[in-house]
Design a binder for this molecule. Structure first.
Ligand code: NAP
Length: 302
């Protein structure tokens, strides 16, 4: 029986594990894929207080080492169901089950798909959701990045250093991402920015060969020849399997305020998976601390 089971080994989950173990609680982290969450795909993190610049992978590795050296256990299994039996919570995975006094959902969010026909089929054959992971496959080729947030801006910058030409396609005429990122991108000769533009159709039968796009203001359509399309249009939560124990908001995020407590005693949530305004690395780590401390307080009162 664990004191705390944390579902998700991203910055929120790892931070919760550090606070759990330091609070003397036996902590298990479950994650389907690996540790680090979304941050491992960020080439450079420059906004984590106290660290001027670090790669996302390096920062995630340090968080992982910190949590496990303190004694947290990390098991790579996908949590598929949580059953609340009052003082005992049962977490079922694809391989078995674990029990704990408390559960912290730190499930993060997954990439939002464009919703275009054959998008899934062409994923890995020209469609990618991670420029850092797949950019090297497009050396000296033409690629498109879709989105107007910081991820899209950073992806376009990374790809500008690898690909021949990068089209950055955004549905509005102003960017959601930081001005500093936009400025850096505007200085690149091989970046073409298409504003007020949305992708309509993926071209190519077995591999992406192009993209048909439409200007939303003029209605004009054109086809651009690209061998890669990098999708960076934000994230969506993945909490459906747990709605029996954690109420979700309209968008599927777990309902909880800054206290990170759900309506159910002993069930907490942290990071991008919960209802919140600011989803940043620093706020995810902060949530992990808040959720773990709330869980410890709850256990001390049992
Ligand atoms: P985001 O900020 O939510 O931006 C998503 C972008 O995709 C928006 O520009 C949005 O357009 C566009 N979009 C959404 N749905 C679309 C659709 N169906 N078709 C076309 N475009 C669509 O997501 P993000 O860029 O992944 O960033 C997520 C969070 O992580 C943000 O808080 C961001 O600041 C943070 N982040 C920080 C850093 C960093 O600081 N180093 C790096 C990466 C990400 P609209 O603007 O029109 O809504």
């Amino acid at each position: 029986m664990y004191d705390m089971i944390i579902i998700g080994a991203g910055p929120a989950g790892l931070s919760a594990a550090v606070y759990g173990q330091r609070g003397g609680k036996k902590t298990l982290i479950l994650d389907e894929k690996g540790y680090g969450g979304q941050i491992i795909n960020t080439p450079e993190v420059e906004n984590y207080p106290g660290i001027k610049s670090v790669s996302g992978f390096q920062l995630a590795s340090q968080m992982y080492e910190q949590a496990t050296e303190l004694g947290a256990e990390l098991v790579f299994e996908k949590a598929v169901q949580v059953i609340d039996e009052g003082r005992k919570k049962v977490v079922k995975t694809q391989n078995g089950q674990y029990e704990a006094k408390t559960v912290i959902f730190a499930t993060g969010a997954k990439n939002r798909p464009l919703g275009l026909e054959r998008e899934e089929q062409l994923t890995g054959a020209g469609i990618s959701y991670c420029a850092t992971c797949d950019g090297a496959f497009f050396r000296n080729k033409d690629v498109a990045v879709i989105g107007g947030g910081n991820t899209a801006l950073e992806d376009a910058e990374v790809l500008a250093g690898i690909a021949n030409k990068v089209y950055l396609i955004h549905r509005r005429d102003t960017f959601r991402g930081d001005t500093a990122n936009v400025k850096r991108l505007l200085s690149k000769d091989n970046v073409v920015i298409l504003l007020d533009t949305v992708p309509e159709e993926l071209m190519g039968e077995h591999r992406v060969t192009g993209l048909r796009v439409r200007n939303v203001k003029t209605g004009e359509e054109r086809q651009i020849e690209v061998s890669g399309v990098f999708v960076a249009i934000g994230q969506i939560p993945d909490n459906k399997a747990f709605e029996n124990v954690a109420a979700l908001d309209q968008s599927g995020y777990i309902k909880a305020d800054e206290s990170c407590m759900t309506e159910r005693p002993g069930i907490f949530t942290a990071g991008d998976c919960r209802t919140k305004k600011v989803r940043q690395l620093a706020t995810a780590a902060a949530d992990g601390a808040v959720a773990a401390l709330a869980a410890i307080e709850y256990m001390n009162g049992l």
